[in-house]
Write a protein that binds this ligand. Structure first.
Ligand SMILES: [Fe+2]
Length: 574
C-alpha cells in the first residue's frame, strides 16, 4: 500500500529503520577511511522517495561475473559452476533485503548485474553462460525471493545458441549510461567487467531506466560514499573479504567455516565434497569429527551458523539409536546448532533419554527430564508452551544458585538443549531462531558497542516467580568464557515487557550505564544484532528433526504461530 497517506513521521521512521539496516551491513575497510556519514543525506533522500510512494527499495550490485581459475597451481575455486560459496553469498544478499522487507511493507530487491561477455577471453563463453544459468537456479532452489538477475542473456535470449548469435551485436548496442549507473567513480579494479555498450533504449531493462532511485552496492572496498560496500559472507567466516567467484567454502578440522582461496591452503589436507548432483560443492578438512563409523553422511554448513548432518544421497536412513553421541557432543560444541535430519527413532521417551545420557548428564526440572514443548496451559514455564512469540534468551537464565562468596544469585544454565521434533504442521511461523556468539561478536564495533566497552558493562534482569525459576534480581556480564571451551561468549536476554506477552511472562532488562538512554540504545542495538541475518540461523522444523544446541554459545527464540500442531521433546544436558 502506498505510504503517501501516512504522516511524514511514519515515512521518516521507516526510512530510519531501513537506513539502520544498510548502515549495519556496510563493510568498513581496514585501509580506506569510512566516510559513510557524508553519503547519509543523499541516501536518506533516496529512501524517502521510495518509501513515501510505497515503492520497493531497489539496490544494484555488479557482481558474479563467472568463476575464476579452477585448474592448476593458481586454482582458487572448485570449478566453473556455482557452489556453496555462491549459495552463502546469495543468502547474505537475500537476508539483507529480507530484513528490510520485514520492517517495510514495500520490500527490497537486490538486482545483480553479472556480465563479462567478451571481456575475459580465458573463460569460455559456455562456462559464463552456464554459471549465470546455475546461479539463478540456485537462488530459486534456496527459496530466495529478493534477488533479480540481469545479464546479456536476459536481453538477447535464454538458450546458449541464441546467446552466441546475439550477444556480440547486443554488446555494441547497449549503452554507456549503464556503465555510469553501476560505476559512478569509474576507478574499480574490476571496472572492465562492466558491459561496454552503446545507446538504445529498446534494449534497456527497466532497472536501468529507473536508475535514479536505485541504490548502488559494491563488492570492492570503498569509503561508502555514493555506493555501499557489502561483504557477501557473514564477516566471521570471511577474514580475507573474498568474493564467491574467487574462493570456496571450507569446513575446517574443528568444523568452523572459512571462506578461502584454494591456492592459499595445502589441498592435500582437504577432501572435495560434492553436492547431490555430484558437483564440487565445498572443501572439508580431514578430521575425526566427520568419521561416524559406517554412516555415510553429509555435513553441510547452515547459513549463517550451525551444521546439517544427514545421510548421503542413496545411503541411509540411519537409526538415531546408532549415532555416536561423543561425536555429536564434539560437533555440537564446534558448530551450533547441530541439526540431524532423516534419522529414524522409535517413538519412545526411553530411547531419547538413553541417547541424552550418552551425550552427558541430564538436568532435572520439577516437571522431570523431558519437556514436551507444545501448547500446554498446565505448566508454568513462561511462554515456552504457548503460541506467542518469545524473546531471544538462553535456557536457564533464571535458574539460579546462591553464590556463597558474594551472597548474590548466579544462573546455572544447562550446556546443551537436545530436541526431537514430533510435529511441525503449523502453516505459518513457529520458527526457532538460533543466534551464535561466533557470528555476533565479530559484528561488535563502533556502530554497536565495541567489545572492550561491553566487557566492562553489566545488565540487570528480573522475571516473576515460576515453578522452577525466577523471583531473583540478576546482575550479569555481557561477555563471559564458554564453560567448556573458554572462548568468549555473549550473554543477554531480549527485554520483553508484559505488553508483548501473556501475564507473568515478561522479563525486565536494563543495561547498567549512565545516562539510561544510552543503556536503552545499547540494549536495542544488541537485540538487533541477535536478529541480524548474518548472525542468526532461522530453523523451519521438519518432522523428525533432532537438534543439539550449545546453549552457552547461542541465544534462541521462537516466532509466533497460529494454526496447526507444533511439538518437540526437549531435554537439557550438561
Ligand atoms: Fe528456550
Amino acid at each position: 500500500m502506498p505510504y503517501s497517506s501516512h504522516s511524514t513521521s511514519h515515512v521518516q521512521n521507516k526510512v530510519s529503520q531501513i537506513f539502520s539496516i544498510i548502515s549495519a551491513y556496510r563493510y568498513r575497510s581496514a585501509t580506506i577511511p569510512d566516510r559513510f556519514s557524508e553519503f547519509t543525506p543523499d541516501l536518506k533522500k533516496q529512501l524517502s522517495e521510495a518509501v513515501s510512494c510505497g515503492e520497493t527499495v531497489r539496490f544494484i550490485l555488479p557482481a558474479f561475473p563467472f568463476k575464476f581459475t579452477a585448474k592448476g597451481d593458481g586454482r582458487k575455486t572448485l570449478g566453473s559452476l556455482p557452489d556453496k560459496a555462491e549459495a552463502f553469498a546469495l543468502q547474505t544478499l537475500d537476508g539483507f533485503a529480507d530484513s528490510i522487507a520485514e520492517t517495510y511493507a514495500g520490500g527490497a530487491t537486490v538486482v545483480i548485474v553479472s556480465n563479462v561477455f567478451r571481456e575475459n577471453p580465458k573463460i569460455p563463453d559456455a562456462d559464463v553462460f552456464a554459471y549465470h544459468q546455475e546461479l539463478k537456479s540456485l537462488a530459486l532452489s534456496l527459496g530466495l525471493t529478493h534477488l533479480e538477475f540481469v545479464r546479456l542473456g536476459t536481453l538477447v535470449g535464454s538458450d546458449l545458441e541464441e546467446y552466441f548469435d546475439n550477444a556480440s551485436k547486443t554488446c555494441n548496442l547497449l549503452d554507456g549510461p549503464l556503465a555510469q549507473a553501476v560505476d559512478l567513480e569509474g576507478n574499480e579494479s574490476h571496472a572492465t567487467l562492466m558491459p561496454h555498450i552503446n545507446d538504445t533504449e529498446a534494449f534497456k531493462p527497466s532497472i536501468f531506466r529507473e536508475r535514479k532511485s536505485i541504490i548502488r552496492l559494491s563488492i570492492h572496498e570503498s569509503n561508502n560514499v555514493g555506493k555501499i560496500t557489502l561483504d557477501l559472507f557473514p564477516p566471521s567466516t570471511n577474514p580475507g573479504f573474498l568474493t564467491p567467484w574467487h574462493c570456496a567454502v571450507a569446513v575446517l578440522a574443528d568444523a568452523s567455516v572459512r571462506i578461502i582461496d584454494i591456492s592459499t591452503v595445502d589441498i592435500a589436507k582437504f577432501e572435495v565434497i560434492t553436492n547431490h548432483m555430484g558437483r564440487p560443492w565445498l572443501l572439508r578438512e580431514k578430521s575425526d569429527l566427520f568419521d561416524w563409523g559406517l554412516m555415510e553422511l553429509d555435513f553441510e554448513p547452515l547459513f549463517p551458523c550451525g551444521m546439517l548432518v544427514r545421510a548421503r544421497a542413496g545411503c541411509g536412513p540411519y537409526k538415531f539409536e546408532d549415532v555416536n553421541m561423543n561425536r555429536v557432543r564434539q560437533l555440537a560444541l564446534s558448530t551450533a546448532p547441530l541439526l540431524l535430519r532423516g534419522f529414524t527413532m522409535k517413538v519412545e521417551k526411553e530411547v531419547f533419554r538413553n541417547k541424552a545420557r550418552e551425550l552427558g548428564n541430564i538436568q532435572m526440572w520439577p516437571f522431570g527430564d523431558i519437556l514436551e514443548v507444545r501448547e500446554n496451559a498446565d505448566l508454568s514455564v513462561m511462554n515456552v508452551l504457548t503460541r506467542e512469540a518469545m524473546p531471544f534468551h538462553y535456557d536457564g537464565c533464571f535458574k539460579t544458585v546462591k553464590d556463597e562468596t558474594t551472597g548474590g544469585w548466579i544462573p546455572t544454565p544447562p550446556l546443551f538443549q537436545m530436541f526431537r521434533n514430533h510435529a511441525a504442521s503449523q502453516s505459518k511461523g513457529g520458527l526457532t531462531i538460533f543466534a551464535s556468539s561466533r557470528n555476533l561478536i565479530p559484528l561488535l564495533g563502533p556502530d554497536t558497542v565495541p567489545i572492550e566497552e561491553l566487557r566492562r558493562l553489566k545488565w540487570k534482569t528480573f522475571t516473576t516467580d515460576k515453578e522452577a525459576f525466577g523471583s531473583t534480581q540478576l546482575l550479569r556480564p555481557f561477555i563471559i568464557p564458554h564453560p567448556e571451551t573458554g572462548v568468549d561468549i555473549f550473554r543477554f536476554h531480549e527485554p520483553w515487557p508484559e505488553s508483548k506477552c501473556a501475564p507473568g511472562s515478561g522479563v525486565s532488562v536494563h543495561v547498567l550505564v549512565q545516562p539510561p538512554a544510552k543503556g536503552n540504545a545499547i540494549s536495542e542495538s544488541l537485540t538487533r544484532l541477535m536478529y541480524d541475518r548474518r548472525v542468526a540461523y532461522r530453523h523451519h522444523w521438519k518432522e523428525g528433526d533432532f537438534i543439539f544446541n550449545d546453549n552457552a554459545m547461542t541465544h534462541h527464540t521462537r516466532t509466533a504461530f497460529e494454526n496447526g500442531h507444533r511439538e518437540h521433546w526437549r531435554v537439557h544436558v550438561n
